[in-house]
Ligand binder design. Structure first.
Ligand code: OMP
Length: 274
């Protein structure tokens, strides 16, 4: 999906919500557990319930890999079921030397390989340019690079300052912006880091940010929009547990929670976009 199509979806649905499919067999309601493929049945119910309110889905690959081959199969079925006009994110947080990175990119971007045709993959920047550029060779596909993450450990390395006082996350952003353009490179900026969102928007005025950390992790959606929205919206805000595990009747509870977020996003778009 290219940026014009993504922005069109946001404008049509008045939403920049990304629903995280962090599907955990131990957390899904019991009625799904009698299904042949409980993970897929649950994801299907979540997609059906939330589709009017969301522009993106982000399966976290760990939740599927942890189940072995059956998990991959559930993920493949989920991706086949997912409508093509929503933006899809393989949250895999990959990062390795160039020829290995190429294999990761093929896994998620080339349907003839593993059966996946994701729009984007999350990538860890620690290994540098040759670990990221293989993902940038695919038309209308995106790299979502970890910059300033939502977890407490993000202070360990991301905030480390160089001899000029520039934090590591800022160097990651500035350097990686030389590798890919704003139609193929997004950054992960945690919603729990709202004190930094104005700053990262200054560093990357035109890039999209994937912002996880609202909902279960407590980040503020209105602050994210206030400081992070740009002239093409520039935000995809993810919520996983806060939407998919909001109640025992997934069809009702996921729809209710996604709608609540979408209504707030609609107002924020009125306020900060158009
Ligand atoms: O890359 C991510 O998506 C990510 C980055 C980050 O800084 N923090 C973060 O929570 N995530 C992911 O976003 C999702 C957040 O889930 P909830 O806290 O349940 O909304 C999980 O899949 C995390 O792995």
């Amino acid at each position: 999906m290219n940026s014009a199509e993504l922005i069109k979806q946001i404008e049509q649905k008045r939403s920049f919500l990304c629903v995280g499919l962090d599907t955990d067999i131990s957390l899904i309601p019991s009625r799904f557990k009698t299904e042949k493929d409980p993970i897929f049945a649950f994801n299907k119910a979540v997609i059906d319930a939330t589709l009017p309110y969301t522009v993106a889905y982000k399966p976290n690959i760990a939740f599927y890999e942890a189940l072995g081959p059956a998990g991959w199969e559930s993920l493949q079925k989920t991706m086949e079921y997912m409508p093509k006009d929503v933006f899809s994110i393989a949250d895999a947080k990959r990062g390795d030397i160039g020829n290995t990175a190429t294999k990761y990119a093929q896994t998620f971007f080339e349907p003839a390989r593993a059966g996946f045709d994701f729009d984007s993959v999350t990538v860890a920047p620690y290994m540098g340019e040759d670990s990221v550029t293989p993902f940038l060779q695919f038309e209308n596909k995106w790299v979502i690079l970890l910059a300033l993450t939502s977890n407490p450990g993000s202070n360990d390395f991301q905030q480390m300052k160089d001899e000029n006082g520039i934090p590591f996350y800022e160097n990651v952003m500035r350097k990686s912006m030389e590798w890919g353009n704003t139609d193929q490179l997004m950054f992960v900026i945690g919603a729990t880091r709202t004190d930094y969102i104005a700053k990262v928007r200054e560093i990357a005025p035109d890039n999209f940010f994937l912002v996880p950390g609202v909902g279960a992790q407590g980040g503020s959606l209105s602050d994210v929009a206030k400081f992070g929205m740009n002239s093409r919206v520039g935000l995809l805000v993810n919520s996983s547990r806060g939407i998919i595990y909001a109640g025992d009747d997934t069809s009702l509870s996921a729809a209710r929670e996604a709608k609540k977020v979408q209504e707030e996003m609609n107002q924020l778009l009125d306020q900060y976009y158009k």
